[in-house]
Ligand binder design. Structure first.
Ligand SMILES: Nc1ncnc2c1ncn2[C@@H]1O[C@H](COP(=O)(O)OP(=O)(O)OP(=O)(O)O)[C@@H](O)[C@H]1O
Length: 235
């Protein structure tokens, strides 16, 4: 399906998810949309299901019920490989633990998504130069590009994870507590850089955090309990 310019980048309806073998927790999302270019901060209690929701949107978890459409494509209509391809093309993902390949260089880590996403690759005419540009714009010195990711500080790894998510300009960014290991000053500097880059490519952002003070930076702040009915809680 082709996405029209005014279609939401993310459209969820009637979604219900339960972990296999667990009856004590279920997540129900009747309707949730993210518009193109919109930035949304998602707040919620620990164990309420924020990370679960992000995994459903990324297609790494599957719902048996309802629709999750990313860029107009319903994830349920795709095979596992199809969901992997859609994620690689459409979504830049930043996890809490960054998930960098520790023994690969910074540049190889940043360029990795392009191997699985032909459209992102074709938008990146000179990949190494683009990785260098992103690193500079995120405040990372050029000489880090050839170093192993494992040798970087936590804050530097965080910026590399953002550069990897941004390369090739995916239209949707999903971030799960990307600032949780930074102090307040570094957190603000990091968010300034990330929002600057997001604005340049006009991508949407759905970011989970425990910190409601970040809300001013976003177009919209959403409590998970406002968009989802949550059955049960973490034990
Ligand atoms: N792999 C898993 N298998 C079974 N249950 C899980 C699994 N991962 C998470 N859960 C359960 O799903 C529920 C929601 O967890 P989730 O990690 O989505 O919450 P969260 O809102 O992101 O929490 P936090 O803010 O603490 O990170 C919890 O009850 C948790 O125990």
């Amino acid at each position: 399906m082709n996405l029209r310019r005014d279609d939401p980048i993310l459209n969820m309806s009637g979604v219900r998810f339960q972990w296999p073998g667990r009856t004590s927790f279920a997540l129900n999302v009747p309707a949730f949309c993210l518009q193109r270019g919109e930035t949304v901060l998602l707040l919620g209690e620990s164990g309420s299901g924020k990370s679960t929701l992000l995994s459903l949107i990324c297609g790494t978890l599957q719902t048996g019920t309802g629709t999750i459409a990313v860029s107009g494509t319903d994830l349920a209509a795709l095979s596992g490989a199809g969901r992997d391809r859609l994620r690689a093309e459409q979504i830049g993902v930043i996890f809490q633990q960054f998930n960098l390949l520790p023994f690969a260089t910074v540049s190889d880590n940043i360029l990795l998504p392009l191997r699985f996403a032909p459209n992102r690759r074709s938008r990146t005419k000179m990949p190494f130069e683009e990785a260098t540009r992103l690193c500079r714009s995120l405040g990372l010195p050029d000489d880090l590009l050839g170093q192993r990711a494992a040798s970087l500080s936590v804050g530097q790894q965080q910026r590399v994870a953002v550069a990897r998510a941004l390369i090739g300009q995916p239209p949707l960014m999903i971030a799960d507590e990307p600032t949780s290991s930074l102090d307040a000053g570094s957190q603000n500097a990091f968010l300034d850089l990330m929002f600057g880059q997001l604005g340049e490519i006009g991508a949407s952002l759905l970011m989970v955090s425990h910190d409601p003070r970040l809300g001013d930076r976003f177009d919209r702040v959403v409590e998970l309990s406002d968009i989802a009915m949550i059955e049960g809680r973490a034990a």
